[in-house]
Design a protein. Structure first.
Length: 367
């Protein structure tokens, strides 16, 4: 046990008669169940209470990972309703949040504000610093300002911390680690060797395609390249697992060779997909970073200005970026089996660093 993790036990015993630290975790997006399972499972003497927002695969993934949770609020496909849904869910959380000594959340101002309203300190994890590069994103600027209200923010070393400190965060309460948030849960991932049997490709190689989030406030593209990407890849004999974000994305697969295309009828483990895939192709950052941190080839076709963590991975050659469908498929065809050999050693180091940092912060706020 590290000194930092051990200190949770020491401070808790002294302050609360051996009572474990009560930690409220709010899961608001599909990557959150993996992140917080890997984090909280590594912290002894904490007792977690979990809330989950209905957003794409978040609820089924939380259930699959064994979380005991309460569902509070939902996301909306309509951009206007989505904006209204954030303050609505913040109020719902403030009214229904569990008793806690500290709140943990990721890219989630709803939890930060609800915890603050109830006088509970919060530890918030984020890696999105888009406002360091793009002016005039009012909703994102507001979101950064709300994130800055957390008691502590934990960010990757590549993150531009002025995004938070210029909006009210205490510089001494913004803490960095040498890696990426995806390392935290990639490190504890145990691949399922039978997973490819769940796909209709008879053990053949496949790629994963996830569309852009065109309705997101930080995306300024008017159209997706996914229809051309799917058509070109399947025409060249490449098997594709296609993961539409919503009902509108399903239309991108119309007319594509169905013998080479699989749209899962239910949520599949994105980490197993990334581990077993020849390459992961995505229009946003998370899946590309997940693949890259397990050393699986990754392609980003994100259409707008990239945040610091994505820029760092592209500059390091860990992620290939292009908006040219033909160039992307050429890249996929150039990959060898050696390129797709996955490894978790770097992620494990980062996981330990973030666990130790979190343990220190929990000790501080719970004393």
């Amino acid at each position: 046990m590290s000194d930092a993790v051990g200190s949770i036990r020491a401070s808790t015993n002294a302050a609360a008669d051996d009572r474990p630290v009560d930690v409220w975790v709010d899961l608001a997006s599909p990557c959150h169940p993996f992140f917080f399972a890997a984090l909280t499972d590594s912290l002894p003497d904490v007792r977690t209470a979990v809330t989950v927002r209905e957003k794409t695969e978040t609820v089924p993934l939380a259930r699959e990972l064994g979380f005991d949770f309460r569902t509070v609020g939902r996301d909306y496909e309509n951009p206007t309703l989505r904006k209204l849904g954030i303050p609505l869910r913040t109020a719902q959380l403030a009214l229904r949040m569990p008793t806690a000594d500290v709140a943990l959340s990721s890219r989630n101002a709803m939890c930060v504000l609800a915890a603050k309203a109830r006088g509970v300190p919060s530890i918030h994890y984020t890696d999105n610093d888009i406002c360091a590069y793009v002016d005039g994103l009012r909703s994102e600027e507001l979101y950064h300002r709300l994130e800055a209200q957390a008691t502590h923010n934990v960010v990757p070393a590549a993150f531009r911390t002025e995004v938070l400190t210029d909006r009210g965060a205490d510089p001494d309460r913004v803490h960095s680690y040498d890696g990426y948030k995806e390392d935290v849960y990639v490190a504890t991932f145990e691949p399922d060797p039978t997973f490819p049997e769940r796909l209709p490709f008879d053990g053949e190689a496949f790629v994963v395609v996830r569309p852009e989030a065109l309705s997101a406030t930080y995306v300024d593209a008017e159209r997706s390249i996914v229809p051309e990407l799917l058509a070109d890849a399947t025409a060249r004999g490449i098997n594709v697992v296609y993961l539409p974000r919503d009902s509108g994305d399903r239309a991108f697969a119309e007319g594509v060779d169905e013998s080479r295309l699989y749209v899962p009828p239910e949520a599949l483990s994105g980490l197993d997909l990334a581990w077993h895939a020849r390459c992961v192709l995505t229009g946003s950052g998370t899946m590309a970073r997940e693949a890259a941190r397990m050393q699986t080839p990754a392609v980003s076709f994100f259409p707008s200005t990239r945040i610091s963590v994505d820029q760092a991975l592209i500059e390091a050659g860990d992620v290939y970026h292009s908006r040219d469908p033909e160039a992307i498929v050429d890249y996929v065809e150039s990959l060898s089996n050696r390129d797709a050999r996955s490894d978790l050693s770097t992620a494990k180091r980062v996981h330990r660093e973030v666990v130790d940092l979190t343990a220190d912060l929990i000790t501080e706020v719970s004393e």
